[in-house]
Design a binder for this molecule. Structure first.
Ligand code: ACO
Length: 319
């Protein structure tokens, strides 16, 4: 038994914020942000939008592309660091908004690796016979956990959602997946606050040691990509498309160089929506599917790294 992706969808909130607009609020410039990160703009959710709303739009598009209805889903996993509320899970809220009432629904919290973690989890459950159809979503409203006076972090992130519908079957699909975590590195990227006794306790905004994150990300994206290729018996030369977490164009370039994957085989969307954490890989995947770059029988390598630290990769053959 295998799982394969039947359809993809994505959604970006309407409001677009350029680097130039940000430069009116904090001491930065379009040149600084573009040259260090490749980011040109980000989308920011409206005040009355929540993560499940973004997830809903992306999910509807993925379900339409897959040609199935929400009531057919036996599993919904939402990867998010910015849930609608403490509980219930954003996946349960999404299930209700989709009008589905059966099957399992839960969230995965692996920060920027969240979608890859959720996809690997759904793959394992489908292969184990848990159900026939699964919806896997990465959705984030990072704008609400950013200190908009901190130029070191606020320029890097944006809001968005991406989704895929998976089906169980006797043909792959997903060929291999590997997940890792090492909590010893939890302090170089975190939001070290929580809600306790009716108030925010600790610091409720993203804090980051940029240089350390950069070096760690390039090392583990390279390692886990090689690991997943080796376990599937697929060579780097056979990879048609590399879709890494869209944090920073320089991280993507450096990882591609280490792996021997040139820019012509890397899908890059960070310029248009910045780092959308768990939404970044499915946003890039959806774009490359819809613009026709990803074709039947192509090998597609997804890899992500995020706070925790967490990292993982999924290799799939596009059906
Ligand atoms: N605009 C202008 N100057 C800035 C800005 C800004 N937005 N942010 C920081 N600076 C300043 C700093 O204050 C510092 O100034 P100083 O030297 O006077 O102290 C200087 O720029 C630092 O410059 P560089 O060392 O050249 O910066 P660097 O090339 O390391 O780039 C960056 C910083 C972009 C954060 C880089 O380290 C990076 O990309 N790290 C990875 C971070 C990342 O992608 N995080 C996303 C989350 S992680 C994930 O998703 C896995």
């Amino acid at each position: 038994m295998f799982s394969r992706i039947l359809g993809t969808g994505s959604y970006l909130p309407q409001r677009l914020v350029t680097n130039a607009e940000l430069a009116q609020q904090v001491d930065t410039s379009d040149e600084w942000v573009r040259s260090r990160t490749g980011i040109a703009q980000r989308h920011i959710a409206a005040d009355d939008e929540c993560t499940s709303d973004l997830a809903l739009e992306a999910s509807r598009r993925a379900l339409e592309a897959a040609g199935i209805e929400a009531k057919d889903l036996g599993l919904i996993i939402v990867a998010t660091t910015t849930p609608d509320m403490i509980f219930p899970s954003t996946a349960c809220i999404l299930q209700a908004k989709l009008g589905a009432r059966s099957g399992a629904a839960f969230d995965v919290q692996a920060v920027c690796s969240g979608f890859v973690y959720a996809l690997a989890t759904a793959d394992a459950m489908l292969r184990g016979g848990a159900c026939h159809y699964a919806l896997v979503v990465g959705a984030e409203i990072y704008s609400r956990i950013l200190d908009w006076n901190d130029r070191g972090t606020c320029v890097l992130f944006g809001d968005g959602a991406g989704a895929v519908v998976l089906a169980a079957g006797d043909q792959p699909g997903i060929l291999a997946q590997h997940l890792h975590a090492d909590g010893a590195h939890r302090e170089i990227l975190c939001v070290p606050g929580t809600v306790a006794n009716g108030a925010v306790s600790g610091h409720p905004f993203v804090t980051m040691e940029g240089g350390a994150v950069f070096r760690f990300a390039v090392r583990v994206l390279d390692e886990v990509s090689r690991e997943v290729l080796a376990s599937a018996g697929v060579g780097v030369d056979q990879v048609d498309w590399f879709i890494p977490h869209q944090a920073n164009a320089r991280i993507i370039e450096a990882t591609g160089r280490k792996l021997g994957l040139g820019p012509e085989r890397c899908i890059v969307t960070v310029d248009r929506h910045a780092n959308t954490s768990a939404a970044s890989v499915p946003l890039a995947l959806d774009l490359a599917v819809r613009d026709g770059r990803i074709q039947s029988q192509h090998h597609v390598l997804l890899a992500a790294v995020g706070g925790g630290f967490t990292w993982g990769a999924v290799l799939l053959k596009w059906v």
